[in-house]
Design a protein. Sequence first.
Length: 216
Amino acid sequence: MPLNMKNLLAAVAEVKNNTNDRKFAQSVDLAINLQNIDMKKPEGRIQERIELPHSVGKELKVCVVATGELAMKAKNAGASLVLGREELEALAGEKKKQKAIAQKYDLFIAEAPLMTVVGKNLGASLGPRGKMPTPVAPNANIEEHIKKHQNVVQVRMRGQPVIQCRVGNQEMPDQEIADNVQAIVRRIESKLKRGIKNFRSVYLKTSMGTSIKVEM
């Protein structure tokens, strides 16, 4: 069951109104506080990659692992970084370089036959961050995949029953921000034993603003 849209839109509007003007578009962030969760069970280890109906108002850095024609198409499609097999294998044992790549890029896409190589040479850095690549076929429309990934957010709990992620920026229409919030709420509640009843509270805030509670 999604949040009450009227209350959600009111919270989005209040978040924007309570934000001081800056020289940049501040992000709008979501925080979901959960309750009655057994952190030792699967519901306490939520880690999801969620495709939102709208962009989060920030261009995400996408790394593509591919060879041949797919690699060339990825470069032409504007991938932030394209790694081939040789470049990937050269990362073996280079823990600092592996971590640097995992930290710098938001999302990863890999040619399916290279997934094993990715796991061997980058898995230790990508896995804990919830950034293991989306596998695609060698003949995939990589431009479409890169564009689609711009609407993807990673959410996961880090030892506490709290979900936090970006859902937009202050320049986006209120309805688009609300739509993104609802998409995340639906996915999270689907992973919980009691659904929305496991939600204790929901807050929105801009990067430099105060938190506004969404009345449930």
